[in-house]
Design a protein around this ligand. Structure first.
Ligand SMILES: Cc1cc2nc3c(=O)[nH]c(=O)nc-3n(C[C@H](O)[C@H](O)[C@H](O)COP(=O)(O)OP(=O)(O)OC[C@H]3O[C@@H](n4cnc5c(N)ncnc54)[C@H](O)[C@@H]3O)c2cc1C
Length: 411
């Protein structure tokens, strides 16, 4: 005879823990069990934000997300917003502080504070967490679901699928949740790909020789027609394999998505984000005896300033008034609109989040209950929703986990 619970939550990451807490708070009579395949719980919470856990952002709205329709995303986000998130954590004894970027972190600067508080809140509502307890399959049976894994079988009236996506697979989120969702009648978006991921360049590209250089820059995706599709300005890091840093992570999913539909789409970088090509051209014209290198070095590290001159075939120390028109134009292009021959990305192992998943159109957004499999709820990164860097992905996990938890508690 299988063990029986009222609610089984598969996955005890950010979304699953939140769903468990709110299911228990909504209906303390229900027997709630969380099952997680990981040996160590909360791996992603602990690594997030460099070990400090960027819990949310000061201003969260649907424009920071991609995947399903923004209108659908908004409906869920507004059910549990940032002030509610701040109040929730405060009630658990986790005070959040806002940093200059708008990101919110625990005042302790330690992600353990967040994980420990969530685990304590789960215990407080008498929900159980069993792990490592990886689930292989979920079947619909009379009166609910049969949930099976190597460690055994459970039955439950309701299941919340909170298995995450495929990012950082060693944390336990290896994409098996998609197989489970499919087996229960859901579709998965035709494309599931790494988002918030560093991008790679050919090993002999000059950027790879600038490993360690960090600079604010604008990354922009343009269609093969030349149309500007999307741009992000933020800190940009040159690495031995290509580019990383917030601007690159933010643009990565848009670049990858654009390439699927338009193989000629290209990523451009402006190394002087405060300046347009026209302004740089005017600046160079006004330099007189000053060299382009000196001009650039005022804004960026010496290695980068020198490399940009070399890329434009301009002798770095030549006085600017000796540049030919062609050389000046080439320098302007190299500085403000350099095409990057991206070879790919660092894959799910290095991605912070997954683009794609279960479309929100298959979920009742007022409850997060499946439209195709009554009694099944979904929340978190398994859904086709991915946010920018800055706490947006956790906010999606909190908001959608809250809606799923409260709704299943009311069943
Ligand atoms: C390095 C890194 C840093 C990040 N930093 C931030 C940040 O600072 N701020 C932010 O907002 N977001 C950040 N993110 C993204 C954020 O961590 C995720 O979006 C969020 O954790 C998703 O929550 P989730 O509960 O949906 O999925 P997950 O956190 O992936 O949890 C899913 C859980 O399900 C379990 N599971 C999966 N399959 C099964 C199965 N078959 N059986 C049983 N259990 C299973 C897994 O073991 C896992 O514990 C970061 C991500 C990474 C990888």
């Amino acid at each position: 005879m299988a063990d029986r619970a009222d609610v089984v939550i598969i996955g005890a990451g950010a979304a699953g823990l939140f769903a468990g807490i709110w299911a228990g708070r909504t209906n303390p009579q229900r027997r709630i069990v969380l099952l997680d395949g990981a040996r160590r719980l909360g791996a992603k919470i602990l690594v997030a934000g460099g070990g400090r856990c960027n819990v949310t952002h000061d201003v969260v709205d649907e424009t920071a997300y991609a995947g399903s329709s923004r209108n659908a995303i908004k409906k869920v986000l507004r059910r549990f917003d940032v002030p509610q998130t701040v109040a929730f954590f405060r009630e658990l004894g986790v005070e959040l502080k806002r940093e200059e970027t708008g990101k919110l972190f625990p005042v302790t600067d330690d992600a353990h504070t967040v994980l420990d508080a969530l685990l304590a809140a789960v215990r407080q509502v008498n929900a159980f967490i069993l792990h490592p307890y990886r689930i292989e399959s979920v079947e619909k049976v009379d009166g609910g679901f049969r949930i099976s894994g190597k460690r055994g079988t459970m039955e439950a009236a309701n299941v919340i699928l909170a298995t995450g996506g495929r990012a950082l697979p060693k944390s336990g989120s290896d994409g098996h949740g998609y197989t489970i969702a499919r087996s229960l009648g859901h579709s998965i978006t035709p494309r599931v790909f790494p988002a918030l991921v560093p991008l790679t360049l050919p090993r002999d590209h000059f950027v790879c020789d600038l490993s360690g250089v960090t600079i604010p820059a604008t990354l922009e995706v343009r269609a093969s027609s030349g149309k500007k599709l999307v741009a992000f300005t933020d800190s940009t890091l040159c690495t031995h394999f290509g580019l990383s840093g917030p601007s690159v992570l933010d643009i990565s999913r848009y670049y990858t998505a654009a390439k699927f539909d338009d193989p000629g789409a290209t990523l451009f970088i402006n190394w002087l984000p405060d300046k347009t090509p026209e302004q740089v051209d005017a600046d160079l014209l006004a330099l007189g005896r000053v060299s382009p290198f000196r001009y650039l070095h005022a804004f960026m590290p010496e290695r980068l300033a020198r490399a940009l001159c070399e890329q434009a075939s301009v002798e770095p120390t030549v006085p600017a008034d000796r540049l030919t028109r062609e050389q000046r134009k080439s320098l302007v292009r190299t500085i403000t609109a350099l095409p990057l021959p991206v070879t790919g990305d660092r894959g799910f192992t290095y991605a912070e989040v997954t683009a794609g998943g279960v479309p929100l159109s298959e979920i009742h957004l007022e409850t997060m209950e499946s439209r195709v499999c009554p009694g099944l709820y979904l929340c978190g990164e398994i859904c086709d929703v991915d946010g920018r860097i800055g706490g947006y992905n956790f906010q999606w996990a909190w908001s959608s986990g809250y809606v799923a938890g409260v709704s299943v508690g009311r069943e």
